[in-house]
Design a protein. Structure first.
Length: 483
């Protein structure tokens, strides 16, 4: 086994307890003082007992707000972070809604109006939010209607916490990104609106390169990985005005070569690679100035496939997992069928039929369909968008069909890795060192812990690469050792 230093860099969203007082009155329920149980077209009783408020429901009503447990007249300051937390359980699995909100008018939820999943086991729930404007008389609400199941609530707290806070949400640990395929970096920023710097490391955090500067702090940034392949990638975001305000991905992700099967899925080259077939009804197609394919439908035909937007000649391998995605919308609500079929006359469907009916609205939305090929390959598959039966125009963009990277496998999943680990045979390499220099007698494959080949040597010849990709733990499969 080839071994060297393992570097793991962790960056967690962490909200320390503040010394501020709890803004909630009687959050431990020594009585029912300061609280109100609102009953609206429902039937319920409530009582304080053993430090908890118990809500016993006979009729839950039709809506979540049919039963409302609230506390009002809570002062909230502007430009401040708050943590709203509570313990809760129910006699059966069910949901409630919880929020800190405006008391009246539109009841705007400052904390977001989250759906809380309750079980018979008591759990602690926490919402952290930033106030941009003050409210001298906000309220806490628990909407407990619509579903049966008695509810217990305890230890309710609303506390001001130090800020600001920054958390990086995407890419996730272990994600596989593809070169030249756009990815949306997303983050959560609380109490800070200053622009951000985004940096990338491809060597486990040893070195960093700037990929974007002065990025608006709006929660997301579209990035296209380019010119880099590495399984040891980290992203880091930092405030332009305060470099101590920073967040990183918690574990490495990978950038690998593009596995795109679709030709011209962005329509940057017009309709090259695509065909609009009209077999009933009347329709025309055109690429807009924004590089979106628009299907203008005058007469919809009598079958979905009567208006069919396709690309064929796609080679799909057997027993391989793929991800099919696209962005689509319509002039108003309607459905289309998105399919991948064999283009051999049989038109055998390669997708689960339950995933093919797509509900479109007037708002662009990304749709993702995962599927795995069976025991037979398909050298000529066809992507289809079947748009008949409805004369509302359809818009299609960002079509992609990629092979999902096998590096998502669990460590040691491959038999060869298990066998190599069990032998206990090791070699030691310095970080970034030459395989040729430090192991002149080595012959075999070098793998990382996800089962990916990162290098190979046959005798004195190194076939793939001469340098280990980054600091990490590596395994070799010994084929033979020369004297």
């Amino acid at each position: 086994m080839v071994s060297c230093v393992i570097i793991i860099i962790l960056s967690l969203c962490f909200f320390p307890v503040s010394g501020q007082d709890n803004l909630i009155q009687n959050g431990t329920f020594s009585s029912t003082d300061s609280w109100n149980l609102g009953v609206y077209s429902s039937e319920v009783t409530g009582m304080a007992a053993d430090g908890r408020y118990l809500i016993e429901i006979t009729d839950p009503g039709a809506d979540a707000w049919s039963i409302q447990f609230t506390q009002s007249q809570i002062p909230l300051d502007s430009n401040v972070l708050y943590r709203f937390s509570f313990d809760a359980s129910s006699t059966v699995e069910r949901t409630i809604e919880a929020s800190v909100c405006r008391d009246g008018g539109d009841y705007f939820p400052y904390s977001g109006r989250d759906t809380i999943n309750l079980t018979p086991t008591e759990q602690t729930f926490e919402l952290v939010f930033a106030m941009t404007q003050a409210d001298t008389s906000a309220r806490v609400e628990f909407n407990c209607g619509k579903y049966n199941g008695d509810i217990s609530i305890s230890n309710v707290q609303l506390i001001q916490i130090p800020g600001p806070r920054l958390c990086l949400d995407v890419p996730e640990a272990g994600a596989v990104l593809f070169e030249s395929v756009p990815v949306k970096i997303s983050w959560t920023s609380l109490g800070n609106n200053d622009p951000l710097v985004i940096e990338l490391s491809v060597d486990n955090g040893l070195n960093w390169m700037k990929i974007a500067d002065s990025v608006p702090n709006n929660g997301s940034f579209s990035w296209v990985p380019s010119g880099v392949y590495s399984p040891w990638c980290f992203l880091r975001i930092k405030s332009v005005s305060d470099e101590s305000l920073t967040a990183e991905t918690e574990m490495p992700f990978e950038i690998t070569a593009s596995a795109e099967k679709i030709v011209n899925g962005s329509f940057s080259r017009g309709d090259t690679g695509w065909n609009l077939g009209v077999y009933g009804g009347t329709a025309t197609g055109a690429v807009t100035e924004d590089s979106v394919y628009r299907i203008l439908i005058d007469s919809a035909g009598s079958e979905k496939w009567h208006i069919q937007f396709t690309q064929s000649g796609i080679n799909l391998q057997k027993k391989i997992a793929y991800e099919f995605s696209f962005v689509a919308w319509a002039d108003s609500n309607r459905t289309i069928r998105a399919e991948i079929n064999r283009n051999d006359g049989s038109y055998e469907n390669l997708l689960d039929s339950s995933t093919m009916l797509i509900e479109l609205t007037s708002i662009p939305k990304k749709y993702v369909i995962d599927f795995t090929m069976g025991s037979e390959e398909c050298p000529d598959a066809r992507v289809e968008f079947n748009c008949g039966l409805d004369n509302k125009d359809v818009y299609i963009d960002s079509v992609s069909l990629i092979r999902k990277a096998y590096s998502r496998a669990l460590p040691f999943q491959k038999t060869i890795l298990k066998r190599v680990v069990q032998t206990g045979k090791t070699l030691t390499f310095s970080p970034g060192s030459s395989l040729r220099r430090e192991c002149p007698a080595f012959s075999g494959a070098i793998m990382d812990l996800m089962g990916r080949n990162v290098g190979r040597r046959s005798g004195s010849k190194l076939n793939k690469q001469n340098i280990l990709p980054a600091l990490g733990l590596y395994i070799y499969n010994k084929e033979k050792m020369k004297e």
